[in-house]
Design a protein around this ligand. Structure first.
Ligand code: PMV
Length: 312
């Protein structure tokens, strides 16, 4: 039996902009998805998905998951036409739109296959395979999710729009810090939302160029803010990034409620994270007391929420 794992992630800066070659910053969270693969005598592959998930998540992703696993097996050059595979997914990562659950599962499956079939893959190869898997979930993944799922820590990620290798750099924090992630409970389709943003970008090029320029400055300043461990600045920049995400039409009522509540409870910054139009919100809450406070108030409102340390 082969086994592998992949981290969940949170995008701190740059969702959507990353698709168009702007740098983004993502942090791995402490929870992982674990995959095991076992050879079986029947042909084909089957999956047992034991991952915890928000209601509706797994059903909504089922068809995409099939395409994703076919892609992964093709990349790994594993033929299941005679002897098949039983893939089992588990682990503590709760699947919700925005936590990188699909990428975490792709990374975990890639590692489990490498383990079972003695492929000897390093992290770069695992990441390349997980990217193929991500293609099954939406047509044009930037690659940031699988990169964070594979490498962990905090990553600075910039895709090469000419098809070359992306820039992946690790950002080291002087000390870890605390965040709260909350789920709207709504599972958005990344493909659809990314498609809508693309349409807007193509229709209103001048408008987009200004927003993209503003974002580029936020990303560069945030990079410096992390190097200097200036978390107050990071919080401020997260708020600014959120405003740009509102402008490109990817927030929603529930996300605004979560962002507002978190800021009121003292979070240093709060923004939607990931696809948007549902999915998750991330709040920067340095120190356990503040983290617990923001977490508690979000829970009182009836949302699911999680506390994580990043930069560990
Ligand atoms: O919803 P998530 O966590 O899978 O993030 C999607 C991030 C996007 O920038 C919207 C798309 C991408 O491929 O990077």
């Amino acid at each position: 039996m082969g086994r592998g794992s992949g981290f969940g992630k949170v995008i701190l800066f740059g969702e959507h902009f990353v698709v168009y070659g702007f740098p983004a910053i993502a942090a791995a969270v402490g929870s992982t998805t674990i995959a095991t693969v076992r050879r079986i005598s029947e042909p084909g592959w089957k999956i047992t998905d034991n991952r915890p998930a928000v209601p509706g998540y797994k059903k909504k992703k089922l068809n995409e998951q099939k395409v994703s696993i076919d892609n992964i097996l093709r990349f790994a050059d594993i033929d299941v036409s005679q002897e098949g595979l039983h893939i089992t997914l588990g682990g503590k990562l709760v699947c919700a739109s925005g936590i990188g659950a699909s990428a975490a599962s792709c990374t975990a499956i890639a590692r489990a296959l490498s383990d079972e079939f003695r492929l000897g893959w390093d992290d770069n190869k695992v990441n390349a395979c997980a990217y193929e898997g991500e293609l099954g979930y939406h047509g044009t993944p930037s690659g940031i999710d699988n990169t964070a799922a594979t490498f962990g820590g905090i990553v600075w990620y910039k895709r090469d729009l000419n098809g070359g290798d992306p820039t992946i750099e690790t950002i080291k924090l002087k000390e870890p810090t605390d965040i709260v992630i909350a789920s709207t409970g709504i599972t958005a389709s990344t493909k659809e939302v990314v498609g809508d943003v693309r349409k807007l970008k193509e229709e209103k090029t001048k408008w987009w160029d200004q927003i993209a320029e503003d974002y580029a400055e936020i990303a560069e300043t945030a990079r410096k803010g992390f190097d200097d461990m200036d978390l107050q600045l990071i919080g401020l920049l997260m708020n600014q990034n959120h405003n740009l995400l509102i402008e490109i039409g990817v927030s929603c009522v529930e996300l605004e409620e979560l962002v507002g509540v978190s800021r009121q409870a003292g979070a240093w910054g709060a923004k939607l994270t990931g696809t948007g139009r549902g999915g998750n919100m991330v709040a920067l809450t340095p120190g356990r007391d503040l983290q617990n406070n923001v977490f508690g108030i979000i829970k009182q409102r009836g949302f699911s929420a999680w506390r994580y340390r990043i930069g560990v």
